[in-house]
Design a protein around this ligand. Structure first.
Ligand SMILES: Cc1ncc(C[n+]2csc(CCOP(=O)(O)OP(=O)(O)O)c2C)c(N)n1
Ligand SMILES: [Mg+2]
Length: 569
């Protein structure tokens, strides 16, 4: 039976199990939108800015493990997706972006709302397509979904000219893809796995660094098995948080610029590092020449391009983390590393790192900690970028996979609100808290309208410090306190929320924090709290830019520290 390109696209999305699409229409993509009512199984969420569509699709994908889908029209619609696509690319998130394009006879003529979006997104997509023939559309969609979620996931863009939506073709959804140049390696090489096992079995001070690859691969059980069998302490990257329960006795927090001092010290002292599904980002490694100076490094990653890219690796294993760990676990017998673990425990006692000062003032760390207490650690936290992000990662404890959702690689302010919206739509039964910066929140604030229109019950905590806080912190510490362009005004967020139609509260004092969070939790729908926190609070520990992990700076006022990070489950 013949169908239009728009119908073929919708049929293909249904075949791929798509349930939700985030988007905003325009001229070039009207034919696709016109067809949507024929497919009630595809729920379309109308965003207020296409950046919100891409971030929402990204949050949805991270939270559910499914593919996120967004639509935008040609030209400005498509370019508005770019930040969100880059965000998904840098954090390896499966997102399909479908853009309308000017009709094929107009391509290359600087037509109204024409941009070469496949050219623009070439370096920030895993792959992209410009569809020039309706007969290829079903195959393209099939390939795009295969590419986005297999191997190392990443966004795929499909650019569809207006006339292709209208042209007709027979619809056959292919059952298989034929991509001869694309065959991700899943099984690690047995010789490499043997070499890794030998290193691990002979190690005195082994350390696992687990990254987002563990979450993507769903290798929690395998990771736990390896850690428990050989009694290997586990630290994660920022994006790996939640891949190993933080309340586990072998969990030692996360490494990097704002990671726990004792985690960074463990990296410094380890003799064997097993890096699993992580890519040695510079925020994680700090100065590369000072990274893990005493360790042989085993690196397990599905993407061969990551091997040896930033850090020298002794035993590379290319493969899917879960599959590789299953094989590796067979070669790693039960052992103990009592002295080594005691050593890290001592460091943790000496450098608790993540502490909240005893203060009557409204500290941002206290707010996060109380969100943890009230939600009993069961919420999914979606953060902005900057100080709020680091406090959310430090002061909430994550025991479940995908319970912290954050823009890591790109560090895109503005991710918080649409990211949380996509997360809540993907996980309607979970409590979802958006921890926002007052700066980042103002970048995508308009999605409040979407949240109200679609009745998305996300709870929003604005960590309102009146600054582009993380940049201000760098200016304070490294630019002699010259606060250029970081003091930030904003609207009355409570009035803004009310204008959009959602209830809100402002919190200025410490004793108001818990009642406000409880009130938010008691509301069925969305709720916003504007926490007017201490403006010049800093994130500690911090490894100064350019320094090695060992040169970590800790909280200077720690004599009055209370509430050290939990050290035993
Ligand atoms: C889109 C974007 N622009 C600029 C930056 C640089 N930047 C990193 S953190 C930060 C401050 C963020 O301010 P806010 O959202 O208020 O969060 P805070 O650090 O105060 O918690 C800035 C400007 C960025 N990460 N993303
Ligand atoms: Mg701020």
């Amino acid at each position: 039976m013949k169908m239009t390109g728009a119908q073929i696209l919708c049929e293909s999305l249904v075949k791929e199990g798509v349930k939700v699409i985030f988007g905003l229409p325009g001229g070039a993509i009207i034919p696709l939108y016109d067809t949507l009512p024929q497919y009630p199984q595809l729920r379309h969420i109308l965003v207020r800015h296409e950046q919100g569509a891409a971030h929402a699709a990204d949050g949805y994908a991270r939270a559910t493990g499914k593919v996120g889908v967004c639509f935008a029209t040609s030209g400005p619609g498509a370019t508005n997706l770019v930040t969100g696509i880059a965000n998904a690319y840098l954090d390896s998130v499966p997102v399909i972006a479908i853009t309308g394009q000017v009709a094929t006879p107009f391509i290359g003529r600087d037509a109204f709302q024409e941009v070469d979006i496949s050219g623009i997104t070439l370096p920030i997509t895993k792959h992209n397509y410009l569809v020039l023939e309706v007969g290829s559309l079903a195959r393209v969609v099939k390939e795009a979904f295969h590419l986005t979620k297999t191997g190392r996931p990443g966004p795929v863009l499909i650019d569809v000219p207006r006339d292709i939506f209208i042209d007709q073709a027979e619809f056959h959804y292919p059952s298989e893809v034929h991509l001869p140049g694309y065959k991700p390696t899943l099984e690690g090489h047995p010789t490499q796995i043997k070499k890794a096992a030998k290193l691990i079995n002979e190690a005195q001070r082994p350390l696992i660094i687990a990254g987002r690859g563990v979450l993507i691969s769903g290798a929690y059980t395998e990771l736990k098995q390896l850690a428990e069998a050989a009694q290997i302490p586990v630290i994660t990257t920022l994006l790996g948080i939640g891949c190993f329960p933080e309340s586990h006795v072998l969990s030692y927090g996360w490494l990097g610029m704002h990671g726990m001092a004792y985690a960074n010290m463990a990296v410094e002292a380890a003799d064997v590092i097993i890096a699993i599904g992580m890519r040695f980002d510079d925020r994680a490694t700090a100065k590369v020449s000072g990274f893990a100076p005493n360790a042989s490094i085993v690196h397990i990653d599905i993407d061969p391009a990551e091997i040896g890219k930033n850090v020298r690796v002794d035993v590379p294993i290319v493969g899917d983390v879960k599959v590789v760990l299953q094989a590796l676990n067979k070669l790693v017998p039960s052992t103990e590393h009592t002295d080594w673990i005691r050593q890290i425990d001592d460091w943790r006692n000496e450098h608790p790192s993540i502490v909240i000062r005893d203060s009557d003032r409204l500290l941002p760390q206290y707010v996060i900690r109380q969100i943890y207490e009230v939600t009993r650690g069961e919420a999914i936290i979606v953060t902005g970028v900057g100080q709020n992000q680091m406090w959310a990662a430090q002061h909430y404890w994550y025991d479940r996979p995908n319970s912290l959702i954050s823009s890591g690689g790109l560090g895109a302010m503005g991710f918080e609100l649409p990211g949380a919206m996509g997360t809540k739509i993907g996980c309607p039964d979970n409590t979802v808290w958006c921890v926002a910066g007052d700066g980042g929140f103002q970048m995508t604030i308009q999605e409040l309208a979407t949240i109200v229109q679609e009745r998305v019950a996300v709870k929003i905590a604005i960590i309102n410090n009146g600054y582009l806080g993380m940049v201000r912190q760098w200016q304070e510490l490294f630019y002699k306190r010259r606060y250029v362009a970081t003091p930030l005004s904003g609207p009355d967020f409570v009035k803004v929320a009310e204008a959009y139609g959602l209830p809100a509260l402002r919190v200025k004092r410490k004793e108001e924090v818990v009642p406000a969070i409880e009130r938010a939790m008691g509301e069925k729908g969305p709720f916003l709290i504007d926490f007017m926190v201490e403006p010049e609070e800093n994130v500690y520990p911090i490894v100064p830019p350019g320094a090695a992990l060992s040169e970590v700076m800790e909280e200077p006022k720690k004599e009055a520290a209370t509430w050290p990070r939990r050290s035993t489950p």
